[in-house]
Design a protein around this ligand. Structure first.
Ligand code: FES
Ligand code: FES
Length: 159
């Protein structure tokens, strides 16, 4: 079937099996390899994207559900001012080691900060609870999110 939707603000049209996963369409058809596949079963959050502003695991989303939606991915976030702040904060706070979980962590952070630009540590931990990191432990990731949130507030940058 033909499926029309938006990715990072750009309209796209794909021919796809309605049961094909959004994750595969992003990576294979649209060459947006920033979104990662970890478990492929909805457990790790590596494949996180926003769909109409809501955080979802793209490995669990069949294309039949994507028609007409607005999808935001790490490839779009990293081009934005907010994405730059987040990347720099993660680097400074040593939030990244192998980096495999980082795109998903950043999309979960974006989803949180869009609605709550000044979160508590507990709110951040809850917001990132669906994202698994095998490398850092979580404290440095929380520090990175706190730093990014503060910088965005100071600089008046919107999520
Ligand atoms: S790859 Fe989608 S949640 Fe793990
Ligand atoms: S930095 Fe390696 S899995 Fe998180």
């Amino acid at each position: 079937m033909t499926i029309e939707f938006f990715v990072n603000g750009m309209p796209v049209l794909v021919q796809a099996d309605p049961m094909k996963r959004l994750l595969d369409i992003l990576r294979e058809n649209l060459s947006m390899a920033g979104t990662k596949e970890g478990c492929g079963e909805g457990e790790c959050g590596a494949c996180s994207v926003l769909m109409d502003g809501r955080l979802v695991n793209s490995c669990l989303i069949p294309m039949a559900q994507v028609e007409g939606t607005r999808v935001e991915t790490i490839d779009g976030l990293r081009e934005s001012a907010a994405g730059q702040i987040l990347s720099e904060a993660f680097a400074e706070a040593h939030s990244v080691q192998c980096g495999f979980c980082t795109p998903g962590m950043m999309m979960a952070t974006l989803a949180l900060l869009k609605g709550n630009p000044d979160p508590t540590e507990g709110e951040i931990r809850l917001a990132l609870s669906g994202n698994i990191c095998r490398c850092t432990g979580y404290d440095m990731i929380i520090d990175g999110v706190m730093l990014a949130a503060r910088r965005a507030r100071e600089q008046g940058v919107a999520w």
